[in-house]
Design a protein around this ligand. Sequence first.
Ligand code: ASP
Length: 451
Amino acid sequence: MAEVKKITLTTKVLMGMGLGILVGLAFNLLGLNSEGSFVNMYIVNGLFFTIGQMFVTGLKMLVVPLVFFSLVTGVLGIGDVRALGKVGGKSFALYMLTTAIAIALGISIAVTVGIGEGVKMSSEVAFSAKEAPALSAVLLDIIPSNIVNAMALGKMLQIIFFSILVGISILMVGKKAEPVVKLLEISNEIMMKMVNIVMAVAPYAVFALLAKAISDLGLNLLVDLAGYVGVLIFALLFHLFVTLMIVLKVFSGMNPFTFLKKMREVQIFAFSTSSSNATIPVTLRSVIDKLGVKNSVASFTVPFGATINMDGTAIMQGVATVFIANAYGVELGMVGYLTVILMSVLASIGTAGVPGVGLIMLSMVFSQVGLPIEGIGLILGVDRLLDMIRTAVNVSGDAVVSVVVAKSESALDVNVYNDPDAGLSEEEDITIEESAEQALAEVVTQTHNRD
Ligand code: ASP
């Protein structure tokens, strides 16, 4: 029997986040987390670290099978290869467009404020550059030479490519493939239930993740680079609350406030894990169950977005470029900034949404425009905390594009979108009904007896 629960999972997660930040701050400010102390060894790096990592690992465990099953069933759900092409084309164009807007916004705000001028450079922290992959290499990398390997390494674009191909091939086989379709659909449902199981511990895990991150890092290091941090956070919030919401309203007509309210949980996960990839299960579930995007669109746009769309990261690259260029007294000029925009957009295609990847992308951009790579050392210290915020913006961009594409493809359930309670009971559902248990046990017994 489903009892009425007063506190929803989202509220619990919010509480976990608030408490985690408070405890982390307390540990940090009181100096309890000093190297070798009891709190440091057993609480922060023992208890909090283990609980947090178990959860993040649990989420990562779900990503590959979830993307595979949901995307294959998604392709089957569309059932029309041309429609699939349209979803792909539109989401790719929107992802690139929003990323380009994001980085242009970052650059404009940073140039207007003039950040980095008069900053003293300290290049003590070495940072080695990564070469930006050539476009041909990025394209070639979409096709897996070995799908088991691709899945083992979590290569998202390769998994997406293979899953779409499986879906299309099943459609080609037609009616004969019905049992396989059933199996895949049920497997997808099973994976979604698994998301619920992992999510049940989310409030505690979010608490642990944030308590550890904040007690390790503290907030005072943000003060040292207050100019950079302030401008970056302003640009990130502006993009989230203004640019993305305008894109949502103009292209889909849907209410931005409803969107933001329903995305809160996903944003907290992105914030706590600093990884769009690990957040995929939560994003996928929220986009489908709460925002009403059909699986046929969401199963593609969400993992695709987690890989190629990083608005928050792009903003960081824009702001960081201006900051470091000014700090080193390098004049980039219009052509330089345009190159930065182009390079960042390209770099975002080939890099997955995992913690800290933004800095690696930044080093690719720097080596293209000739900015000193060691300049990245200036912002290295504060990046871990800023990564949390920009990842929340990254996943929000993925969800906006999912809604826009779904609306244009008539794959958005407007009633679900507008229903404030949509998806809430689903998210708490980790019960096993007794009757179901018995029925399945009987099936198993019968099969055994037959043998
Ligand atoms: N952590 C970000 C993400 O997963 C990427 C980055 O900016 O480093 O989306």
